[in-house]
Design a protein around this ligand. Sequence first.
Ligand code: ZDR
Length: 316
Amino acid sequence: MQAFLARRPGAASHAVRREGAAALRATTVKFEKYQGLGNDFILVDNRASPEPIMTPEQAAAMCDRNFGVGGDGVIFAMSSDTCDYKMRIYNSDGSEPEMCGNGIRCMAKYIFTHLEGKTEGGAGQDTTYTIETGAGEIVPVIRGSDGQVVVDMGLPILDGPSVPTTLKPTDGDMVVKAPITVAGQDWEVTCVSMGNPHAIVFVPDLDAVDLAKVGPPFEVDPAFPAKINVEFVQVMSPTHLKMKVWERGAGPTLACGTGACALTVAAIKAGEVGDSRACTVTLPGGPLEIEWREANGRIYMTGPAEPSFSGTYHVR
Ligand code: ZDR
């Protein structure tokens, strides 16, 4: 459980099959399905157990869009000794990331409605949760006024070896617009960790990027020892960035919260947006508002999270 002691850049937890996770003996499990900008997650009440109640393989089967429920990941809402709750998540391939930005917005709504039995739109007050994650404590706030979730995503990790990447730092200890050849093409990548690793590529024309062709080789390129989430970004204006993502362990998703934060930091560091520290990031599934606050260096992400359906899954 060392992954949960503190934010651990490049934590080796990813893709580690946890021998300790016992196969779920129950034949059925109740779940709620949520999505944030089309990045969709299966939420499970795991408070009764200190380990996920499913193996990574069972979670991957549940994420299958034909043979299972369908989802980009399974999120286990657990008890925590240090925070209000703890989040663990398996990607749709069964690997375990340290953090998930869209997932944590979904988890905040799930806690509010399903674990605490509250109803939105009542008094209009904000509701704050502290959540223990593999990237340290993350704090989502459900905004009473409009139901959007504002998340304090913490500090970005900028030094290359901690992201982790083996690419040579180009700006102090940071990897900014470093050359790399992937899928027979030359690119420039900027590397940022939000607890999980991201490589950001600025391109003049997002439509020209063939994600299915370049995503898979980026994900496993040896320059990224913990694999990588890769975001292609077109700068529309200093306050508007447009992106496409290939996620580690999940492939092309409609949205990536940690990615939107990472690319905003990358855009500032790479001199793509001047000194504008707040922007709208248009993801395939819709917009997120991101601010890298100068006063404390922390990143704030604001976006939606909505329930889509509930069910009982027959475990296999
Ligand atoms: C991108 C993500 N969906 C989010 O919203 O932050 C995170 C999922 C984890 C990602 N696939 C990884 O780091 O393995």
